[in-house]
Design a protein around this ligand. Structure first.
Ligand code: ARG
Length: 463
């Protein structure tokens, strides 16, 4: 091999190693958290007389200039500085000289990266929570307009009992409220500052970790330096919380896909959120909910991926954990766009009230009501009532009618044992009556649904 070629190979290998080792390509996203953390650290160092007030002023001013350069796009990111921490510190020292070299006193990149990442996770937790709240408010608004809109409630995707559409929407409001609360409890648990843990064992400098924690909006410092630099539970919790929310997004997406099919035609999604086929001119495809459903898979992958990175890692810091960020960034971006898009889809869709009501007339949804009536009013054992009801269902089938459409004569002639049944049974078997009879707490009756809607409106106001 010529001397020149071996030189190229050497360079290429070195470049390859830099590329492999560095995280700057993705952790530059943490620039604002990194700079905030450094400003707080420098303030604390000055308060503790570890650096002078003059040095702190220079550092803070310099860091704000770096922030400005990054935000204006002037800043040159290069592989020469492995990560955002080194890139910022290096540029700071270029700008302010020797004082910049004092910033890294009593800290390590190990606690720095945990601090930056925790700040990022906490900020995103809050902003995702407010997006979830907006979505809940959309479900509640829609529900409040449809507490009397009949639709078939299903089990096994088969018609089961009549419910109202508002009630169905409130089921989703409840799911997303649990998500909101899950993000909230993670925030509370993880709002502690790792800064000052240093490499793994603390520092001999007389630092004040309570001060930096306070300056950064944390409740206090974390308890054990070794745990602090090894910990990525906060990121895992975020990934799990996002995954669960995406699972809920995927479930409503699946229903939207079904409901907008010709077989259902319960809703019509706005043309903005449906696409056409390149070959079939008549088609309107639910690409948006399909994508929401599909993206859920990738988000689950990010959770499993970080769980796998963390398993078996010995204490304390290991470079493996540099792999924690990309999946988190990806999941955050995915949930942010998914929540906004879903919110718009729900807001703009048209609910086909008539088709929902018509669908309730298929499948004898009120058959259980007849059995319940016989038990309640005639003290009949349930099993007997069940078989009698079956006879009425057969009669309805022979007349090509739904049980809710039978007149009193048709009911009485279904079976000898029903020959004298009271005329009120006709209204008992109506779809509306059936829906409203389920008025147990949390049940589907219009009144109970309205109570739920009210409860949610109060919650939305109070939060
Ligand atoms: N870029 C690293 C990361 O993302 C920062 C911490 C590096 N610490 C170290 N000792 N190599 O995890």
């Amino acid at each position: 091999m010529s001397k020149k070629n071996s030189q190229i190979l050497k360079n290429t290998n070195a470049e390859l190693l830099d590329l492999f080792n560095a995280s700057i390509m993705f952790d530059k996203k943490l620039y604002s958290q990194d700079i905030r953390g450094s400003i707080a650290h420098s303030k604390m160092l000055a308060l503790q007389n570890i650096i002078t007030v003059e040095e702190q002023n220079q550092i803070e001013k310099g860091l704000l200039q770096v922030l400005n350069e990054i935000e204006s796009g002037e800043f040159k990111f290069s592989l020469e500085y492995e990560d955002i921490h080194m890139a910022v510190e290096n540029r700071l020292t270029e700008i302010i000289g020797d004082a910049g070299k004092r910033l890294h006193t009593a800290r390590s990149r190990n606690d720095q990266v945990c601090t930056d990442f925790t700040l990022y996770v906490q900020e995103k937790t809050k902003s995702i929570q407010s997006q979830i709240k907006e979505l809940i408010s959309t479900f509640v608004d829609l529900a409040s307009k449809h507490t009397t809109t009949l639709m078939p409630g299903m089990t096994h995707l088969q018609h089961a009992q009549p419910i109202n559409f508002g009630y169905h929407m409130m089921a989703y409001a409840n799911m997303f409220k649990r998500d909101f609360e899950r993000f909230g409890s993670s925030f509370e648990r993880n709002n502690y500052s790792p800064l000052g843990s240093a490499a793994l064992a603390g520092t001999p400098h007389n630092i004040d970790r309570f001060k930096t924690a306070e300056l950064l909006g944390f409740y206090g410092p974390t308890q054990n330096a070794m745990d602090s630099v090894s910990n990525r539970d906060f990121a895992l919790e975020l990934l799990f919380n996002i995954s669960t929310t995406m699972m809920h997004i995927s479930r409503i997406s699946e229903e939207l896909i079904l409901w907008s099919s010709y077989e259902f035609r319960f809703v019509r999604m706005s043309d903005m959120y449906a696409t056409t086929s390149s070959i079939m001119p008549q088609k309107k495809n639910p690409d948006v909910p399909e994508l929401l459903r599909g993206k859920t898979g990738r988000v689950y992958g990010n959770l499993i991926s970080l769980l796998t990175v963390m398993k078996s890692l010995p204490l304390a810091y290991n470079k493996d954990t540099q792999e924690d960020k990309e999946g988190v960034f990806d999941s955050v971006e995915t949930i942010e766009i998914s929540l906004s898009i879903l919110n718009e889809v729900i807001k703009t869709m048209i609910v086909n009230v008539e088709n929902m009501a018509n669908a309730c007339k298929i499948g004898h949804l009120t058959a259980t009501d007849l059995a319940d009536y016989l038990v309640q009013k005639q003290n009949m054992p349930f099993r007997e009532a069940y078989y009698l009801t079956k006879e009425v269902v057969e009669k309805a089938n022979s007349l090509n009618k739904d049980i809710s459409e039978l007149n009193i004569n048709e009911i009485r002639t279904s079976s000898n044992e029903l020959a004298n049944i009271d005329e009120e049974i006709v209204s008992y078997l109506s779809l509306k009556n059936s829906m409203n009879s389920r008025n147990s707490f949390g049940g589907t009756s219009t009144l109970e649904t309205e109570k739920q809607v009210e409860g949610f409106k109060n919650w939305l106001k109070s939060e």
